[in-house]
Design a binder for this molecule. Structure first.
Ligand code: SF4
Length: 288
């Protein structure tokens, strides 16, 4: 079925210039499903501990930590959350916090005014609408202040064990290079990968692809020569030799290390971002 989808995409508007190469490598591995299963197997073998580094004691605290992680590192968030959760351990307490006190606590994470405002408003919404609990449904989560699809998927996958495709800039770049999508819009990438990756594997796949994008398949200098996915990758030709073929641009190649529209942050990811953009955290929108 997925190979039929791939064939349809290969002939469709979303095919992109690398679609032919993707289909060639899928045929070499038997099918897209077979290639994707091997990619997933190798990723989880390489990164067996793939949960976020954020420290939290409840789904509520995880949600707040992920909101705070926009445009900063998980390590930086972990430096402020002990004080934050020590004073405001639940939604009811955080909803009543003085904004100036919250700003002082979360200041090291950047964008501290909007983050303080968002976490207090999110806490109030949880207190008033959900008895202080974190909802599981995507539309309920994304209705909370400061919560986009990426943040919601991190919470759904990490706290509740639900299927979750977590699209950040690393995930988008690696999936394009691997020929798993030719989209650039984060929500379209999420929906496409959700049809390709089995539900039970989606969270692990998301997290391990993120690791791989930070470790090896970096924006500027992908380590194709030593990549454990090289024989599974069509970028920019089978074997992932890292050298663009002349006269051809390939979706996800990012010549010159250009940023993807997905933006960049560390929330839900296993490492530290190498570069940051200055974009308000309210714009999460599932894209950072
Ligand atoms: S072969 Fe290169 S482009 Fe492909 S996944 Fe590995 S590092 Fe990324």
């Amino acid at each position: 079925m997925r190979d039929e989808q791939r064939a349809a995409r290969g002939a469709g508007a979303n095919a992109g210039p690398g679609a032919g190469q993707d289909m060639d490598i899928d045929r070499a591995w038997g099918s897209l499903d077979a290639r994707l299963a091997e990619i997933t197997r190798r990723l989880t073998e390489r990164y067996p501990s793939y949960r976020p580094l954020l420290q939290y004691g409840s789904p509520f605290q995880l949600l707040i930590a992920v909101i705070l992680s926009a445009q900063t590192t998980d390590a930086q968030v972990n430096r402020v959350t002990p004080a934050l959760f020590g004073s405001y351990p639940n939604a009811a307490r955080l909803a009543e916090a003085e904004l100036s006190e919250l700003e002082a606590i979360v200041r090291p994470t950047g964008f501290f005014r909007s983050k303080a405002r968002n976490i207090r408003a999110a806490a109030a919404a949880l207190r008033d609408g959900y008895g202080g609990e974190v909802p599981r449904e995507m539309d309920e989560l994304t209705a909370l202040p400061g919560v986009g699809r990426k943040t919601a998927n991190v919470v759904r996958g990490t706290a509740f064990g639900l299927p979750a495709i977590i699209v950040d800039t690393h995930f988008a770049r690696v999936c394009r290079r691997l020929g798993l999508t030719h989209e650039s819009d984060p929500e379209k990438i999420e929906r496409e990968l959700a049809t390709l990756v089995p539900s039970k594997s989606q969270y692990a796949f998301s997290m391990t692809v993120n690791f791989h994008g930070r470790d090896t398949c970096t924006a500027r200098r992908p380590g194709c020569g030593s990549c454990f996915l090289g024989d599974l990758c069509p970028y920019p030709g089978p074997g992932g030799n890292g050298e663009p073929a002349s006269g051809r641009s390939f979706a996800g190649a990012e010549p010159g290390g250009g940023r993807t529209p997905a933006g960049e942050s560390s929330s839900g990811g296993p490492g530290s971002p190498r570069r940051r953009t200055r974009r308000p955290p309210e714009d999460d929108g599932g894209s950072d």
